[in-house]
Write a protein that binds this ligand. Structure first.
Ligand code: LRH
Ligand code: MN
Length: 430
């Protein structure tokens, strides 16, 4: 068990930063007050913000070419929980962890629940996995899982999702996320409608197994591992499936699963309007599903997505309760640092969207004053709200500067000592 970050160290490091933070915070408070914005109200909202971390993101990620494990890699869900606790200790906005089965499967789920409780961690959405075959698996998912032409393979995939619900119930989760790689690589290889009908039939059986207070989140993806067609390729197929299945089925938006330049914030607006926005997998990308750190390339797009989300909150949109989660692959950085950075980046997009003067924006929109519409959003986006994010962390017992405090703690080095390199570099995202 790698030692958690000592609260005294966090306090010491915060002490060094406090005077400067207070000065910046007060200055920002004056600036916002001139816009009739109460900084204390915004900071309180920032303190409420939560985003889940993916268990599989706490280890070094890779590509099909190679994976270069870092020091002190977490080797199992227990060590992934330790690292997730450190991320939450410092950032104070990541109390939920999203597991992936069977990667995180254990023999005793009540023991896993006790361990997460002891770390003040909760369980977010459960991710099923029917995009890989398990050792000795009777029916392969090579040609698909929930849409496979072989009913025995479909039954296997259905049963795995039903098992995920049972394990999730033991952990206190309330959501099942279903992403499948099903699709084709050659024109003509798959009959599109028949394949979608098989997928929907399978999903209906899984849906029937959902407890009444659970949601099923369907994740669309343009391509990979299939490179000609994918069963749920875009938000259109996604919302059709969610509507076909019922009220507990909603659409999940993974930012990296769209073609470059797609207007994701408008997709979000549509899903909100039709009460089908289940949640997000936040990350960033330049080309494909690059799974890069959130906000590292397109921070304005991420802000525009939150502008739609905060607008829905502001309008008390019915059926609006999206789940926020990171889904990234950290190939060249310390995963703990990238996850803390990314959680803060998404929190920043949310808080900046709170600064938008919505009555003013509505007036400019009504009068077709395009320039002032854009400036109203840019004004919020360009406001440096770093003091609010730091103050929110500080007030919840976290670190004013999470990266500096983490590096000062020597946690990674300690983990390296206690978790000898498992040597498996191989390839693939985990
Ligand atoms: C698919 C995906 C999905 C996860 C996997 C790890 O690309 O985004 O959400 O199951 O990554
Ligand atoms: Mn995803």
């Amino acid at each position: 068990m790698t030692q958690r970050i000592d609260k005294a160290l966090i306090a010491d490091e915060n002490q060094k930063e406090m005077a400067a933070l207070q000065e910046d915070y007060d200055a920002l408070g004056c600036k916002l007050a001139r816009q009739d914005i109460d900084i204390e109200k915004i900071t309180a909202k920032a303190q409420e913000f939560q985003i889940a971390v993916p268990s599989w993101g706490t280890g070094t990620g890779g590509t099909r070419f190679a994976r270069f494990p870092g020091e002190g890699e977490p080797r199992n869900i227990w060590e992934k929980l330790e690292d997730s606790a450190v991320i939450n200790d410092l950032s104070q906005c990541t109390e939920r962890v999203s597991p992936h089965f069977p990667w995180d499967k254990v023999s005793d789920f009540s023991e896993l629940k006790q361990t997460s409780d002891s770390m003040n961690l909760k369980w977010d959405s459960i991710n099923s996995n029917t995009f890989q075959d398990q050792l000795g698996q009777e029916h392969s998912f090579k040609y698909g899982s929930l849409s496979n032409t072989n009913p025995a393979a479909r039954d296997l995939a259905i049963q795995h999702n039903l098992d995920c619900i049972e394990w999730g119930k033991e952990l206190g989760s309330k959501t099942l996320t279903v992403w499948v790689g099903d699709g084709s690589n050659h024109p003509g290889q798959q009959h599109f409608q028949s394949a979608f009908e098989r997928y929907l039939e399978s999903m209906k059986t899984i849906y029937a197994g959902l407890p009444s207070d659970w949601e099923m989140h369907i994740e669309h993806k343009m391509f990979e591992p299939a490179f000609y067609s994918t069963i749920i390729q875009d938000w259109g197929s996604n919302i059709l499936a969610a509507m076909e299945l019922g009220d507990q089925a909603k659409s999940l938006v993974d930012l990296g699963h769209h073609a470059p330049n797609v207007n994701i914030e408008m997709i979000v607006s549509r899903l909100i309007q039709f009460k089908k926005l289940g949640g997000f997998h936040f990350n960033d990308s330049k080309y494909g599903d690059d799974d890069l750190d959130s906000g590292s390339l397109h921070p304005y797009q991420q802000f525009l997505i939150f502008n739609e989300l905060v607008d829905a909150q502001y309008r008390n949109q019915e059926g609006f309760n999206p789940n926020y989660m990171l889904d990234q692959s950290h190939n060249v950085t310390d995963p703990i640092e990238s996850l803390m950075n990314s959680a803060a980046s998404v929190q920043r997009s949310y808080v900046a969207a709170l600064l938008v003067n919505r009555p003013q924006l509505t007036e400019y929109q009504t009068n077709n004053d395009a320039l002032m519409c854009s400036n109203t959003l840019k004004n919020a986006f360009n406001t440096d709200i770093s003091p609010i994010l730091a103050m929110a962390r500080f007030r919840k017992g976290g670190a004013i500067d999470p990266i500096a405090t983490y590096r000062k703690s020597g946690y990674r080095t300690q983990a390296g000592v206690e978790r000898p390199n498992s040597g498996g570099n191989g390839s693939g995202i985990v």
